[in-house]
Design a protein around this ligand. Structure first.
Ligand code: ADP
Ligand code: ADP
Length: 231
């Protein structure tokens, strides 16, 4: 479902030219749960920005669901982003004055979905992350783990092809982190494709595959085999 070949990203600033990604090749199948790890500055964020169609590579190919994304015009790219990709951020990015239900409805507003269907789908998404009893709560009335679960429900609500999560446990204590990772594992069991960036090795062990970046290259790409012992 996701094919990346020879993906390269070069940043040019006044003084220096820097390759943030160098000739990356990755294939991710539908339903995989992939963690992306590596030291700060290794290219993880840049890679996620490419996957999320938030930025364009300097060269190389990115095919998502059979679409060569790198050839699309900006407007078409925005369409792919809205329809095919669900984003989860470190800082949740919820509207503080809106209830969980309203927050989860937002992607459907952009997609032009009618009110009744919006409410029905947002309700189902919140139930899916275990927040059926918190639909009328605002972010300030929720724990960190619950806030991130609202954000995950929002990422899911348009039924994206992939969910991209950038340090989703970075602002959470260890208990909330486990709560959020177990939701990702449940979604994985239901067939959702997930790519998650983290710098924490124990968080990465919740995935089924770990890709390690260093200096803009993939230096390791391996299946997690000790799941039974990792918990
Ligand atoms: P990571 O997410 O692993 O910390 P990044 O993808 O943020 O790594 O950064 C990879 C490299 O690219 C770093 O050297 C960083 O400074 C550089 N970089 C990232 N974004 C930009 C940008 N917009 N302009 C110039 N350099 C950038
Ligand atoms: P993260 O904490 O996710 O690794 P960073 O702090 O590396 O993110 O980067 C935050 C933002 O700043 C990103 O959008 C990245 O592209 C941009 N950025 C990172 N390094 C540079 C740089 N050297 N010059 C310009 N922008 C940068």
């Amino acid at each position: 479902m996701l094919h990346i070949e020879g993906l390269t990203k070069q940043y040019k600033t006044d003084e220096v030219e820097l390759f943030a990604l160098k000739n990356i090749n990755v294939h991710v199948s539908k339903g995989e749960f992939v963690a992306i790890v590596g030291p700060s500055g290794s290219g993880k964020s840049t890679f996620l920005n490419m996957l999320g169609c938030l930025d364009r590579p300097t060269s190389g190919s990115y095919v998502l669901d059979g679409i060569e994304v790198t050839r699309l015009k900006d407007k078409e790219l925005a369409g792919v982003r809205n329809q095919k990709i669900g984003f989860v951020f470190q800082s949740f990015n919820l509207l503080p004055r809106a209830t969980s239900l309203r927050n989860v409805e937002i992607p459907m507003l952009y997609a032009g979905v009618g009110m009744a269907v919006r409410k029905k789908r947002a309700t189902a998404a919140l139930q899916r992350v275990g927040l059926g009893q918190r639909m009328g709560h605002k972010p300030s009335q929720l724990s960190g783990g619950q806030r991130q679960r609202v954000a995950i429900a929002r990422a899911l609500v348009n039924q994206p092809s992939i969910v991209l999560a950038d340090e989703p446990t970075g602002n959470l204590d260890s208990r909330s982190s486990m709560e959020v990772m177990s939701i990702f594992q449940e979604l994985h069991a239901q067939g959702v494709t997930i790519l998650l960036v983290t710098h924490e090795a124990d968080i990465a062990q919740h995935a089924e595959r770990v890709i390690t970046f260093k200096d803009g290259c993939i230096i390791k790409d391996e299946q997690v085999i000790d799941r039974l012992f990792a918990t």
